[in-house]
Structures are given as structure tokens and as C-alpha cells.
Design a protein around this ligand. Sequence first.
Ligand SMILES: [Zn+2]
Length: 379
Amino acid sequence: MFQYCKKCVMPNTKPDLFFDEGGVCDACRSAELKDTIDWTAREKEFLELVDAHRGKNGANYDCVIPVSGGKDSHYQAYIARKYGLNPLLVNFEATKRNALGQKNLENIRQFGDLLEFKKNPSVYKKMCLEGFRRVGDHEWPNHLGIFTIPIRVAVQFGIPLVIWGENSQLEYGGPKAARMKGVLDRRWLEEFGGLLGLRVEDMIGVSGIMREDLVSYFYPTDRELEEVGLKGIFLGYYFKWDAREQVELMKQYGFSVKEDGPVEGTYTNYENLDDSLVSIHDYLKYVKFGFCRATDHACLDIRNARMTRGEAIELVKKYDGRLYRHVVEDFVKFFEITKEEFFRIVDSFTNKALFLTDENGRVIRDGEGDLIKRYQDYN
Ligand SMILES: [Zn+2]
């Protein structure tokens, strides 16, 4: 049965999200838990960890920080510096990086050296298209790259500590076991990294892709990881995560938000700033599950007591699930596919139980070209 959480606006179609008898979602319960955590004790834990990794006397970096250049990466790098770590920042190039993304990536270098991984665009685009066609997510190789390449760098540089940002399972809800865990390892990646069951091996042979084209997309072996003693931690385990507070702080360090209005698909202007095609990724999530980024943001704002549920519902109705025609134009041009194919694929991933269809089972779009939800009622 379709339902929305009674406290936030998240539907139960979200994968791995569970509702209790009171109709309240895991993520809302996790948010309550966050208030019961002794954050001072957690900071002490972090200090102990830092002490064990700090002070290579210039012989090596103290940690690897995977960065997109966004608010979270800024905060991760800032915290590393604040606690005396010398980080190596590692970036996996966005699918179609825009000017604001480039500016923020340059800005983050104030916190340390930046290693930028620029992929072979032809191989990458083939993987994007395969991800789009097979699992309805053109960002598939990006999810893979941002999780594997920093780990490979850590292994090859012999740096045992990798500092990730929030634990998405804690912030957005997820299976209880993963909730309070402070560690990101291969298993976490396979389960929660957004890979949708597709493996890097599956790319061999796709449009002529060879094993050797995929070197950096393979996760290091257990043996390699053990040799370095690699540990990947979530900063969100040690510090109470609050995106809006972090954005304000990072602005003082030159982080730029989108000044001319919200990011496409939501009402905020501080997240997913770096890629001009990202709203298509969000849209695919919408057709599959009936919600996307505006819902994610509104839920966080509700849980952080910055918004009422009523206000959230209005914002979600206004921003969630919009398909931006100019982005579709960019998308089909960038990936060299036809608009017919684009919509055929989008429609094939559209959940017919959530959206209205005609008598032939084809999805119906309104005058604006948007899908029509079967369930509008948030109560
Ligand atoms: Zn909830």
C-alpha cells in the first residue's frame, strides 16, 4: 500500500526505507536518534583516530578525501585541516561539469593538494548510456567512479585513511544495521552505493569496451586494502550533520551557491551544483519511485525543524518531478541519442502503479509534459 511518512513527506516507495507502526519512517527515527548521541564523545573518538594518522612529517598525506567540490567536500576538507590532517583531495570528474562546479573545485584547493581524475570521455559515455538503458541511471559510472577511484588512490599512495562525508543511510534512512555504522567499505558500496545491481564487469564488451579501459573502476582487492590497512570513515558518524549550517560556514571559505535561483528539480541552491545534466538523474528517480530531490530536501528541513510538513508539501508539489526540456535537449545531444529513444527509456522505467496510464498502459503526460501521480494525498 502506498503511503507517506506521517512526519516527513517521504513515500514508502523509497528503497530500503521502512515505516514503523505509527507510520513514521526510519530516517525520521534516525534523526531523533541523532539528538540522543553524545557528540562530544564522538568528537573525542575522531581525535583519537586523527592522532593515529596525523604527522607523517611530510613523508606522505594523512588521509584521502573524495571531493566533488560541493558543500560536503568543502566541509570534509575543512574539518581535516581543522584537526591537523594533511589531506590529499581526490576528484572524479563530473559527467558534464558546469562553470559553478569548476569554480568550487578550484576553491577547495585552499585545503590541500587536489588530484583530479579525468576519464576517457568515450568509454565513460558508453557506460553512461548502458547505465541509462539497463538500470535507468546515466550517472551509474559516476557513482562507481566516486567510490572506487579515491580508494585506488589511497592504496597506491599508501594512505590508510579515507574520509567520506555523511552516511546517506543515516541521513536519508536505511536498514538499521547500516544506520549507525561509521565505516564505508566494499560491502557498503555494493549495497548502498547506487549501483543498482550492475557490476563493472558487466561493462566489458559494451560497445567495444575492454577490460583495460576500466582499470580505475575496479575496487582494489581485499589483499591490497589489507596491506595499506585502509579504513574509510563517515564524518557524519563523528559530527552532527546539518547541511544548511555547513553551507553557511563554507561560504565564509569561498564556497559558492547558485545565486540566480534554486537548482533544477528542487527549491534549494546549495547542492548538486556541478553537473548540468543531474536533473535527468533525479527525474529517473522520480519516475521509478514517485519522489526526487525536492522531497529529499524537504524531509531534511522538516527533521531539522526548519520547515513544517505543510510547507514541505507545497514545495514538493511545486518542484518534484519536473522534466526540464532544455536539459533533455542537452542530454540527447551529449549522449548522441534521439529524443524518441530518451522517452522510450524513461517510460520503460516509469512505475505504472504510481503514475496514470491510458487504456493501452502507456503513461499519460499533462500539458507541460509532466507525469500525473495516482496518489496526491499526503495525509
Ligand atoms: Zn519520515
